[in-house]
Design a protein. Structure first.
Length: 267
């Protein structure tokens, strides 16, 4: 009877792989390799994660493209445009702007055309519209004081009309139009009703500076004033025959028929 020879279990030394040949099981060399290898692999994995996943999120790496032009758009329109490009916005400031409706974008940073990347925040300056000013209460004040009050609030003196009454002091403002407290755009005109008391012979000087000379003459005549001496002065900043100076200031009380001297431009 043939007797079978027992074959040792597991691979023979000649078939051991590189790892088992060079780092035998239980050897100090193998333990040292494991202790050093695992931290090394963990470090490699960490570096890969940071480089390929975390850093792109932090720095928002990606293809740069020109920032859109949002100026003169309303916020709602700009928001839609920015979302389509993966951008966001923040209102950095708001300011009054004559002629621009509220909510319209006046400026932006980065400016239009600057290279940006997805995720960038665009800072905007937005219009508050025309600044509204409350008409000051000038009732009971002289025309001169009313003029100063209006100018200090950013308003202009409009037409002056006269009333005749014995119940209120003479030469004071009876009321304004628009009325005191009414909010109107900065730079608007405010008309005054002034008491003359009994019928008298004084009038108020209108402003004719900046008017063409023929129009200035008509304005003075409407106020029962006469055009006096007209001098000429060269001024290339305005059109010829434009009034540059007047001998009596706007709002001055003078007698009917007073002569008002003028200086007009010439070429």
């Amino acid at each position: 009877m043939t007797e079978d020879t027992a074959t040792p279990s597991g691979p023979s030394p000649g078939r051991l792989g590189y790892w088992n040949r060079n780092f035998p099981l239980g050897s100090t060399k193998r333990k040292l390799a494991i202790w050093l290898g695992i931290p090394f692999l963990a470090l490699v994995l960490l570096l890969f994660t940071v480089d390929k996943i975390i850093m792109p999120m932090v720095t928002r790496q990606g293809k740069a493209f020109p920032a859109p032009n949002l100026i003169n758009q309303r916020l709602l329109e700009a928001d839609i445009s920015l979302q389509e490009l993966g951008l966001s916005y923040k209102v950095a400031a708001s300011q009054y702007s004559p002629g621009r409706p509220p909510g319209v974008i006046l400026n932006q940073y980065p400016p239009p055309g600057a290279m940006v990347k997805s995720g960038r925040e665009i800072r905007l300056i937005v219009s508050l519209g025309q600044k509204q000013i409350a008409v000051p209460n000038v009732t009971g004040k002289s025309v001169r004081q009313a003029l100063l009050d209006l100018e200090s609030d950013g308003l202009l003196l409009g037409e002056i009309a006269w009333a005749f009454s014995d119940t209120v002091p003479e030469r004071v403002v009876v009321f304004s139009y628009p009325a005191a407290g009414t909010e109107i755009p900065m730079g608007s005109y405010v008309n005054l009703m002034v008491n003359r008391g009994r019928v008298s012979n004084f009038t108020y000087v209108p402003k004719v500076i900046g008017m063409p000379l023929p129009e200035a003459k008509r304005k003075l005549e409407e106020k029962a004033l006469r055009v006096g001496v007209i001098k000429r002065r060269r001024d290339d900043k305005v059109l010829p025959e434009t009034v540059l100076e007047q001998s009596e200031p706007e709002g001055a009380e003078v007698d009917v028929g007073t002569q008002i001297d003028l200086v007009a431009s010439q070429t």
